[in-house]
Design a protein. Structure first.
Lengths: 354, 343
């Protein structure tokens, strides 16, 4: 059994992530929602991967498809209305969609932990917190009631909840927002997952509590070596914790790069504009905030042109005619914009191959 | 823009914000307590001290930022000033008139001068009313306008907030979040108020839309000489908008200073912790800066700690903090701080 009593949650410490094989891969994922108003193409070919010990930040506005991507990766979207129309998700090289229901159940909450946005609606109000932490421990690891309870108390202690033994018998409403989110983190960590998907885990929290949770995640990451996918709309949060950042717009990744590179020199006009619109508590204070005119599109058909072109200050003819592919410039900095030479080169190579 | 044609509010010449201009709103020792009832006889056993002795003023034409975490009483303060929540004690003076003491028709007349922009544009607009009837509701309530005049005024207001007039007969669900907030702003402007409480007006909006709404609020302020109380938990947006900032913790103001003072050198330990907790969109600075991470949660306002209310989470608390309530005093540079040790 991997869980010796009282053993600290630890695997190999986070080594250089670049050298290892990705633990979770999403490959050209496409998701369509069938709504009364017609089909909505929510995800249009999203690809990313995370390696052990790595933290990938996924940023975008509401409706950009960040949550849908993550839910779809674990086959958690209700169908109908959601429909996966293309792409593959691989966990440790194995295709998730070919797994049977039993293997999939083992994956969810077992090898892949999930932290949802709102701790009030994702914890069950009629069960004690202890019961809810013990549930995955008993189901996935086959621990006895007693062992599971002991482990649950350890997990609560690890995420920084005072007097964990006693708090196991409390119900979710007896915890504050920050404490509830810690419980969610404890549940996600309970089976020593290799991947943690965190969907806006601090959005509902106050800044001082958010700072506590971010601190906790930085610490846990180094102790457990798990890969983390952190979904958020807050660029500030991403700057502080991520190794790599993927920026999503209209169901596509428009830029992906190491965190320092993207904040120092964003290449996609959307990423650049997003960085400019947010004010800061330090540094220069602009007289007027930069805005991005217009609104994100609702895609009734897969994008035939650049989805950002109607709002883009730099758009030219090709942007309105052809959808730019995401291309790497050789340093790991990827962008999908016709202004970038690597995108143009990738498009030519793609056409040649076809 | 057609707003130039608006009847100017009494003395609404856009006054520059600053120490020179006079106070439009004066709040003295404002208190809002919510009773707690218990037992068979529903006896009052205590009270939630949501707002407990606030004093501040908002000068004509300026924006005062009111920041704090959820549950600190900032929204209750805004609602109490507009008399949307019953005031337990204290004075709220708008242009010399004590709003807290007004009743009936007098209060109704005063309401024209003070308006509110709400947080959630989905919840604060009636889904069964058209945009025109939403914006005209305050007009119907307070003014007897003819059909033509009413329609013209609605058009003018929609134009002022950047909505197309031909949307007037549409319903709120046909609009995006940012546009809905514009409808809420148009409604708040309908009666030509002097003073507007903005209660987290951008919290429910996407980042790229937030900036549009903030710029609109700034433009309207310049054009109409509006005075804002801007309630928010977003410290970076408050830094952009407000000329002075009040920081609240558990029903009390702990620090009140000009924007420059507050962000450059916060003096209260809570302000310092709050500012250091805001993540910065700059990885280099994130990696290098010192964080003050507060432990624990905000205590219950039904049973606040003795002495200084922040002492249970304060990194520099002393025995004296438990015994003595710190005075909200003025420092040499003009700012006000409620801490025994701030200098």
């Amino acid at each position: 059994m991997p869980l010796a009593d009282g053993a600290p949650l630890s695997r190999a410490p986070a080594a250089d992530p670049a050298g290892e094989a990705p633990v979770l891969e999403v490959d050209r994922l496409e998701v369509v929602f069938d709504t009364r108003g017609g089909a909505v193409h929510a995800i249009n070919g999203v690809s990313f991967s995370v390696r052990p010990g790595e933290l990938l930040g996924v940023v975008g506005e509401s409706g950009s498809g960040k949550s849908v991507t993550m839910m779809s990766a674990l086959d958690l979207l209700p169908s109908p209305p959601a429909r996966r129309t293309g792409g593959a998700i691989r966990y440790q090289g194995r295709d998730v969609s070919s797994m049977g229901p039993k293997a999939l159940r083992k994956l969810r909450g077992g090898d892949i932990g999930f932290v949802f946005q709102d701790p009030m609606t994702s914890l069950n109000p009629v069960f004690t917190v202890g019961y809810q932490i013990c549930e995955p421990l008993r189901a996935h690891l086959g621990l006895s009631r007693k062992q599971a309870r002991k482990r649950a108390a350890e997990l609560l202690a690890m995420v920084g909840i005072p007097s964990p033994e006693a708090r196991l018998d409390d119900y979710p409403h007896q915890f504050s927002g920050g404490m509830r989110q810690r419980v969610m983190v404890a549940i996600a960590l309970s089976c020593e997952p290799r991947v943690i998907i965190a969907d806006e885990p601090t959005t509902a929290l106050d800044v001082t509590i958010q700072a506590q949770i971010l601190d906790l995640v930085r610490d846990l990451r180094h102790r457990t070596g798990a890969a983390i996918v952190w979904v958020t709309h807050d660029l500030g949060v991403i700057a502080g914790i991520a190794d790599r950042v993927a920026v999503m717009y209209a169901g596509q990744i428009v830029e992906e790069a190491p965190v320092a590179a993207i904040f120092a020199g964003p290449r996609h006009p959307y990423a650049a504009a997003l960085l400019e619109t947010i004010p800061d508590v330090e540094g220069e204070r602009p007289e007027r905030l930069t805005t991005i005119p217009g609104q994100p599109p609702i895609l009734r058909a897969p994008p035939a042109a650049c989805a950002f072109a109607p709002r883009c200050a730099h758009a030219f003819d090709r942007c309105h005619a052809q959808n730019p592919p995401l291309a790497d410039d050789g340093t790991g900095h990827k962008a999908a914009c016709w202004l970038r030479p690597e995108t143009v080169a990738a498009a030519e190579a793609g056409e040649g191959a076809r | 823009m057609s707003l130039d044609a608006m009847p100017p509010a009494a003395g609404a010449a856009p006054a520059p914000a600053g120490s020179g201009s006079r106070a439009l709103l004066k709040v003295e020792d404002l208190q809002v307590l919510f009773p707690i009832y218990k037992g068979l006889l529903r006896r009052q056993v205590g009270s939630v001290r949501a707002v407990d002795g606030l004093s501040f003023e908002v000068r004509k034409g300026e924006t005062l930022g009111l920041v704090g975490e959820s549950g600190c009483g900032k929204s209750t303060t805004g609602r109490a000033i507009l008399r949307l929540t019953d005031i337990t004690g204290g004075r709220v003076e708008l242009d010399g008139v004590d709003v807290a003491a007004l009743e009936g028709g007098e209060l109704r007349r005063m309401r024209r001068r003070m308006q509110m922009i709400f947080q959630d544009p989905h919840a604060s607009l009636n889904p069964r009313m058209t945009v025109a009837s939403i914006i005209a509701e305050p007009l119907d309530e307070h003014m007897a306008l003819g059909r033509k005049a009413r329609q013209a005024r609605v058009g003018e207001l929609m134009d002022a907030v950047g909505l197309r007039e031909d949307f007037a007969s549409r319903y709120p669900h046909e609009f995006s979040g940012g546009q809905r907030q514009r409808i809420g702003i148009a409604r708040a402007l309908a009666l030509d108020p002097d003073f507007i409480v903005c209660d987290e007006p951008i919290a429910a909006l996407d980042v790229s839309i937030q900036a549009q709404v903030v710029n609109l609020l700034e433009d309207l302020q310049k054009k109409l000489g509006l005075t804002y109380l801007f309630i928010s938990h977003d410290l970076s947006m408050v830094r952009h908008l407000a000329s002075r900032v009040a920081v609240m913790y558990l029903g009390k103001i702990v620090e009140l200073a000009t924007r420059e003072q507050l962000y450059a050198s916060p003096r209260h330990p809570y302000t310092q912790a709050l500012l250091s907790a805001v993540p910065s969109p700059d990885p280099a600075r994130e990696a290098s800066r010192e964080r003050v991470i507060l432990t624990g949660d905000v205590p219950s306002p039904a049973n606040p700690p003795s002495g200084c209310r922040f002492r249970t989470r304060c990194p520099v608390a002393q025995p004296r903090c438990a015994a003595e309530v710190p005075e909200f005093r003025k420092l040499e540079d003009g700012r006000q701080v409620a801490c025994h040790f701030a200098e």
